[in-house]
Design a protein around this ligand. Structure first.
Ligand code: KIV
Ligand code: ZN
Length: 519
């Protein structure tokens, strides 16, 4: 059975999802998990795009020891130099890759690049040569390949291979292809260009989900000979996103009888990766999302439940354990000790430091006091919030809300800032949540516009943990935050603070970067 390389671009294309900006420690955390999962190539960022991105790619390239670390570059010397420098620590260990791209379709050539075919061809060849000065592992992407004239695509791919590219990625940049037409691009190139097989060039898929066909198109590419799939955790990415890693990996695994290929990914780490990416980007996973959605393995109808009890395979094509989904119903209670808690955290797929476990354990005890039964979902929420809270600047210390019929809603909020000082203020509002948010705005002095507010229940029964997700705008920037508590008003305050904290840490990072640039 052939092995398909999994190229994860959560930290590059995924981070291009509006509002999904990640800090450097968050990117490192995700990269570590991807390596642990057995992802072959991690596209860690677009180094020339910002100093922060450069530093993140460099930090990931310095720390990882197994996955190939890749940096993206346009066909421009400055881009390639930045990418080459950023992945240098990995290149020194034979695991650094530069991914060079240049648009080739007619519409991009004429309207975006304003360059002719010959010029683009020369530019690509020159850029690949330049990238080879940093690493022998150079990937080339003719952007918008699926809308490029086949003859020109053929010419371009041939020239890129002759110039020394070892991986050729054929992006369906705007999610326009269908499985049949996308697969045909691969079959056509393999038939027309024998050099691809002679030099063992790896052909790669990169599909966007504008018409909901990203995974189907990627799999069609594999059927037609692609041996690398570019994808992201939870399918996040530009616009409608990219092909979802978990769906690609599980389709290849579950239908190995059909595809006859495998991957090196440890699928039991999929669920925790999904939770981590969702927690750190603030992008919620839809309940009905394939493989990792909360309902993906839930059976509601009586007929289905009856079938499941008789034989799971009547309605389940994958064992939830193979994606690392916790299957235990009831896990911990207020009498559970530290060891049981640590054990459950590890089983759920988290690799926390002792300090992080200790802090999460304190929060677990507080929750167990409020709630009779603590489910796996509750524990996951605690840890996810823990990961968010590590970057916390403002902390919620106290909250009192007065609301009801014929009463003006009033909230009194106490916060602790990063110096340890506590401050209290009160405010009225149109409703209890509005009152809380206006009190927090008075305390933090950060004015934001709330554009979205959502509440959902995370676990079972009436004492379930509630999760509030907010989306806000500040100076043209979108930021998200989420908060959890058995009390929805407290969860609302936590979500708002998480977003404010995220905004402050992003601003701080930018200030640091521009201060460095000024030196
Ligand atoms: O979608 C796309 O074409 C890309 C390229 C940079 C590979 O993301
Ligand atoms: Zn893309």
């Amino acid at each position: 059975m052939d092995t398909i390389r999994i190229f994860d671009t959560t930290l590059r294309d995924g981070e291009q999802s509006p509002g999904a900006t990640l800090t450097q420690p968050e990117k490192l955390e995700i990269a570590r998990h991807l390596e642990l999962m057995g992802v072959d190539v991690i596209e860690a960022g677009f180094p020339v795009s910002s100093q922060g991105d450069f530093e993140s790619v460099r930090a990931i390239a310095s720390e990882l020891t197994r996955s190939v670390v890749c940096g993206l570059a346009r066909c421009a010397a400055g881009d390639i130099d930045r990418a080459g420098e950023a992945v240098a620590p990995a290149s020194a260990a034979g695991r650094g890759r530069i991914h060079v791209f240049c648009a080739t379709s007619k519409i991009h050539r004429e309207h975006k690049l304003r360059k002719g075919k010959e010029e683009i061809l020369k530019l690509a060849v020159r850029s690949i040569g330049h990238a080879l000065q940093y690493t022998p592992d150079v990937e080339f992407s003719p952007e918008d390949a699926s809308r490029t004239e086949m003859e020109f695509l053929e010419e371009m791919v041939h020239a890129a291979v002759e110039a020394g590219a070892t991986t050729i990625n054929l992006p369906d940049t705007v999610g326009y292809a269908t499985p049949k037409t996308y697969g045909e691009i691969f079959s056509h190139l393999l038939a027309k260009l024998p050099v691809l097989r002679e030099r063992k060039i790896v052909l790669s898929t990169h599909c966007h989900d504008d018409l909901g066909m990203a995974v189907a198109n990627s799999l069609a590419g594999v059927e037609a000979g692609a041996r690398q799939v570019e994808c992201t955790i939870n399918g996040i990415g530009e616009r409608a996103g990219n092909a979802a890693l978990e769906e690609v990996v599980m389709a290849l695994r579950t239908r190995a009888d059909y595809f006859n290929v495998g991957t090196r990914v440890d699928s039991t780490k999929i669920y925790s990766a999904s939770r981590m990416v969702s927690a750190l980007t603030g992008l919620a996973v839809p309940r009905n999302k394939a493989v990792v959605g909360r309902n993906a393995f839930a059976h509601e109808s009586g007929i289905h439940q009856d079938g499941m009890l008789k034989n799971r395979q009547t309605y389940e094509i994958m064992d939830p354990a193979t994606v690392g989904l916790p299957t235990t119903v009831l896990v911990l209670g207020k009498h559970s000790g530290r060891a049981a808690f640590r054990d459950r955290v590890t089983t759920l797929g988290y690799a926390l430091t002792e300090e992080q476990v200790e802090s999460a354990f304190g929060r677990f005890k507080a929750l167990a006091d409020k709630k009779k039964e603590v489910f796996d979902e509750d524990v996951e929420s605690l840890i996810d919030e823990q990961l968010d809270v590590s970057a916390s600047l403002w902390e919620l210390v106290g909250l009192q809300v007065v609301a009801g019929t014929n009463t003006t809603p009033t909230a009194t909020v106490t916060l602790r800032d990063s110096t340890g000082e506590t401050v209290t203020d009160a405010s009225v509002g149109d409703g209890p949540v509005d009152a809380i948010y206006s009190a927090i705005q008075r305390l933090t002095k950060i004015e934001v516009t709330l554009v979205d507010y959502r509440v959902q229940s995370l676990s079972k029964w009436k004492d379930a943990l509630g999760e509030v997700q907010v989306e806000m705008e500040h100076s043209g920037r979108t930021i998200r935050g989420r908060g959890r508590s058995t009390d929805i008003l407290e969860a609302s305050a936590r979500a708002y603070l998480a977003a404010i904290n995220r905004l402050r840490s992003l601003n701080r990072r930018e200030q640091l970067v521009s201060a460095k640039a000024a030196v």
